[in-house]
Design a protein around this ligand. Structure first.
Ligand code: PLP
Length: 267
């Protein structure tokens, strides 16, 4: 069995994948990723239909997104709101295309999210929950949300500390336009597979504990965890959503660590 991570490289995978330039490149990349998802499910004794692939299109140009759409993608994950909103505006002709916001949100941007997103995966504050709910009520819309948890303990990563998630979830039913679906995390950026895996184990364990006391309005079925460099490990530990950019679109110009921390911990 091939190792899931090359231990000399970081799971942020910077520079590993070449740019997808044609619809066929996207078709091939998508089928490779789906085959890897299926293989990981098989190893873990899980049903592949229980794992949703969310293609992450951040930093990529509209032309690329349109090719990915033609290859079958119907939802894109974006981590910067302004960028997501611009793409949404210029791709209105694709009426069945949906948007998932997977990055940190400032309260003053809640209005934009409420206007066009179907899903928000980085909820970690009451202010944002309150602002989103108010704006969604005004728009007559609702939003699927995931509570982001900081499982790596790194100060550079967003998300609630695991110990704070239980109390946070208790108050979410007050925001009736938010449909709580589960938890989301980013693992440690590291070449150390076991430490990466521990982040995923922590999210699953937390979810299992919280399930016993969650309000009826809140569903914790979903675990959004795993990206291009570590999604197989995440699936083995129970991921139901994997957020994959580079393995579908090709490498970005900036490494993932640029978004959240200064460098990768290559042990
Ligand atoms: C960019 C990003 C991903 C995808 O990372 P890849 O290395 O491109 O697969 C996943 N989750 C979040 C929150 C991201 O910002």
């Amino acid at each position: 069995m091939a190792p899931f991570l090359d231990t000399r490289t970081c799971n942020d995978q910077h520079g590993h994948y070449s740019e997808a330039l044609t619809v066929n490149d996207f078709r091939r990349n998508l089928s490779t990723v789906r085959a890897r998802i299926e293989a990981a499910c098989q190893r873990a004794g899980r049903d592949p239909s229980a794992v949703r692939l969310l293609p992450v299109s951040k930093t990529k140009l509209q032309a690329s997104l349109r090719m990915a759409y033609e290859a079958g993608c119907r939802m894109f994950g974006e981590n910067k709101l302004q960028e997501a909103h611009q793409k949404w505006e210029s791709m209105q002709d694709l009426s069945d295309l949906q948007w998932s916001i997977i990055g940190h949100l400032q309260t003053n941007k809640a209005k934009l999210v409420a206007r066009f997103a179907t899903e928000f995966q980085a909820l970690d504050s009451l202010h944002v929950a309150e602002a989103l709910d108010r704006r969604l009520q005004a728009e007559g819309r609702s939003l699927d949300v995931f509570v982001q948890v900081n499982t790596s303990g790194e100060a550079s990563k967003y998300g609630l500390a695991p110990k704070d998630v239980g109390v946070f979830i208790q108050v979410l039913p007050a925001f009736s336009a938010l449909r709580v679906r589960g938890l989301m995390t980013l693992a440690l950026f590291s070449g150390d597979v076991e430490r990466v895996r521990q982040c995923f184990v922590l999210l699953r364990t937390l979810r299992d504990q919280l399930r016993q006391s969650t309000p009826v309005e809140v569903s914790l079925d979903e675990l959004s965890m795993g990206m291009s460099g570590d999604f197989e490990i995440a699936i083995e530990e129970g991921a139901t959503v994997v957020r994959i950019g580079q393995a579908i679109f090709g490498a970005r110009n900036v490494p993932n660590s640029h978004y959240w921390s200064n460098n990768c911990d290559i042990s």
